[in-house]
Write a protein that binds this ligand. Structure first.
Ligand code: AN7
Length: 349
């Protein structure tokens, strides 16, 4: 069952809404014992592995609703600008809805797996000589002027769908966590999770709210710096964004919850990326590791209160999205002749 069916009472759907779904959502909340030991104290850490959605990122929660509503409203085309995952998701849901999909991507700046997805699902992929922020500005103007629906997170249905991630976390834990850690790029997801937690509290499903702790890559940290970053730079291409669309809403989530938005360096992101893969068995893309990198950084600073507490880190996209980064982060496999003795010696027996 997808998120629209499961959480329909919380979503803007009616009997007339066609449900375009790939059974997104219901992603696992994985206990991270190695990370818990690193942090110490009486802390429980959980990883919400959104890379296990149908197109391998959290975007599917929002896209099922955005595309369903587009079809309900008789739109026959959708468009997005993307650092990769939005385009992969939009392409898949548009294919399923049998409508056109146009994606603007910054040329040579999105991970290989995401490009492959958009292309194989049959989207019209336009590589723009410019960065994500420039692509998004173009997509906004085009969707304003022409009959094509914008499915970036400026589309409120995206936020509505993505808030279901918060519902699932509360349903799994039986209450809200104390801290909710999340990477911040265009700032739609932190906005969505905060909305979800607040709605669950209003409905009496939970009694408390988490502190929202968001993390930007240092070279792409406009919210932390307090100004637009013209040429954002980071290995975490998914969050290489210098002018987030939901900037103010992310600040509201931070301030209303008493949380923070901080920076993590590329070095910290890649260390968390490798740690997740090699110590927890969880392979995510670099941007996703920003949440864990941020939690480890804050723990070192003594940020977390003492006593029993629960931290959820959202892991936004699967590691297979960016195979080049994985290969570049490790030693190449050793080449050995196909002889038993040589291989046994290599293993160390
Ligand atoms: C893996 O696909 O913006 O703060 O165009 O792919 O809601 O933007 C992706 C963002 C985190 C940041 N992790 O979320 C896009 C795009 C991954 C992502 C983010 C993205 P937002």
């Amino acid at each position: 069952m997808g998120i629209i069916k499961k959480y329909r009472e919380y979503l803007p759907v009616t009997k007339k809404t066609p449900i375009i779904s790939l059974n997104e959502g219901n992603t696992p909340l994985i206990r991270a014992e190695y990370i818990e030991k690193l942090i110490g104290g009486n802390v429980e850490v959980y990883l919400k592995h959104e890379g296990l959605n149908p197109t391998a990122s959290f975007k599917d929660r929002g896209m099922t609703l955005a595309v369903s509503k587009a079809v309900e409203n008789a739109s026959n085309a959708v468009m997005c600008a993307s650092t990769g995952n939005t385009s992969a998701s939009a392409s898949a849901y548009a294919a399923r809805a049998k409508i056109k999909c146009v994606v603007l991507i910054p040329k040579d700046a999105i991970a290989l797996g995401k490009l492959a997805q958009a292309l194989i699902h049959g989207a019209q992929v336009i590589a723009v000589k410019g960065n994500f922020d420039e692509c998004l500005n173009l997509a906004r103007v085009i969707t304003d002027k022409y009959p094509i629906t914008l499915v970036n997170s400026l589309n409120p249905h995206r936020i509505e769908g993505q808030k279901t991630g918060a519902f699932e976390i509360c349903d799994s834990l039986g209450s809200a966590p104390d801290y909710h850690a999340i990477p911040v790029g265009n700032a739609g997801n932190i906005t969505a999770y905060w909305k979800g937690y607040k709605e669950y509290k209003e409905k009496g499903k939970i009694d408390t709210l988490p502190k929202m702790i968001g993390f930007q890559a240092e070279g792409a940290s406009p919210i932390v710096k307090g100004h637009i970053v013209k040429n954002p730079k980071t290995v975490a291409t998914a969050i290489k964004i210098g002018n987030p669309a939901s900037w103010k809403k992310a600040e509201a989530a931070r301030d209303e919850s008493g949380g923070l938005i901080g920076v993590v360096t590329d070095r910290e992101i890649l260390a968390a990326y490798k740690l997740l893969a090699s110590k927890e068995g969880v392979f995510v893309e670099p941007a996703s590791a920003a949440s864990v990198a941020g939690v480890l950084k804050q723990a070192k600073k003594g940020y977390f209160k003492r006593g029993k507490l629960r931290i959820v880190c959202v892991l936004t996209g699967h590691g297979l999205k960016d195979p080049n980064r994985a290969i570049a982060s490790v030693k190449k496999p050793k080449v050995v002749v196909g002889k038993l003795q040589a291989i046994v010696r290599e293993i160390g027996f």
